[in-house]
Design a protein around this ligand. Structure first.
Ligand code: GLP
Length: 239
């Protein structure tokens, strides 16, 4: 596991974007797994800037991790809308090279296989240690499936829904599905994630902290800012 503690979310975004650009140079037809939420936004902004400066994204494929269940098509808070708005649009990825979970995710794993598997998977982490929408208690060998969302996750994600109710269920790649990516890049910023990061990286590999499964992967890059690395002196991951 390669852990870097960086000054702030912008530095995390810059470092992560440089990893993606290097992977793209090595494999122009890169299959990039993308996370949603606030943490990866600086990465996507930098990748869009790299494209404007001439980096070639013309053969990139993008695969989304998860999606709410029950939102109307095109709902602005859907993860499909997020990925189109923040990633596929700015990077010029056409629909035929964009995979987002549909329905109850019945075809997602087949679509990922058809794309050749994920080369580089960007990951965030939930405050409760969730990975994608694998909530605490998720089996470590779980596959793509419909899950119920915890209250913590629903309240953390409520900011995207305004006065609308946050969905209670989602479809998510499972923990085993995520581990099949060839390279995991886990991003975490802010003090609210410090405990989850410490548990994920230094605690036991357990369904109680789904993100702890990253310890089982052969190639993991962890990029955190000072705030997300700063647990108590004993448990801090970054010192
Ligand atoms: C959601 C997503 C996760 C993401 C998490 C953290 O639950 N399903 O993939 O990592 O939010 O989001 P943020 O980066 O906004 O804290």
């Amino acid at each position: 596991m390669d852990l870097s503690v960086l000054a702030d979310p912008e530095a995390v975004g810059e470092h992560a974007a440089s990893i993606v650009v290097a992977a793209l140079a090595a494999k122009p037809a890169l299959v990039l797994g993308v996370a949603t939420g606030a943490t990866p936004l600086p990465v996507y902004r930098r990748l869009a800037r790299a494209r404007r400066s001439g980096t070639d994204f013309s053969r990139l494929s993008v695969v989304a991790l998860d999606e709410y269940i029950g939102l109307r098509a095109g709902h602005p808070a859907s993860f499909a809308a997020y990925v189109r708005r923040e990633v596929a649009g700015p990077l010029g990825v056409p629909a035929e090279r964009l995979v987002v979970p549909e329905g109850r995710g019945e075809r997602l794993e087949e679509q990922i296989r058809a794309a050749g598997g994920v080369d580089l998977q960007l990951l965030g982490i939930g405050r409760n240690g969730h990975l994608a929408f694998n909530e605490p208690g998720s089996p470590l060998d779980s596959r793509t499936r419909v899950v119920s969302l915890s209250q913590t996750t629903r309240s953390d994600n409520a900011r995207s829904f305004g006065s609308e109710a946050v969905p209670t269920h989602a479809v998510t790649q499972g923990l085993s599905t995520i581990l099949e990516a060839r390279h995991l890049v886990l991003l975490a910023t802010g003090s609210a994630k410090a405990a989850a990061v410490a548990a994920a990286l230094t605690g036991p590999v357990t369904p109680d902290c789904p993100a702890s499964v990253v310890q089982m992967h052969a190639r993991v890059t962890v990029l955190v800012d000072e705030a997300a690395a700063a647990v108590d002196r004993d448990g801090a991951v970054g010192r």
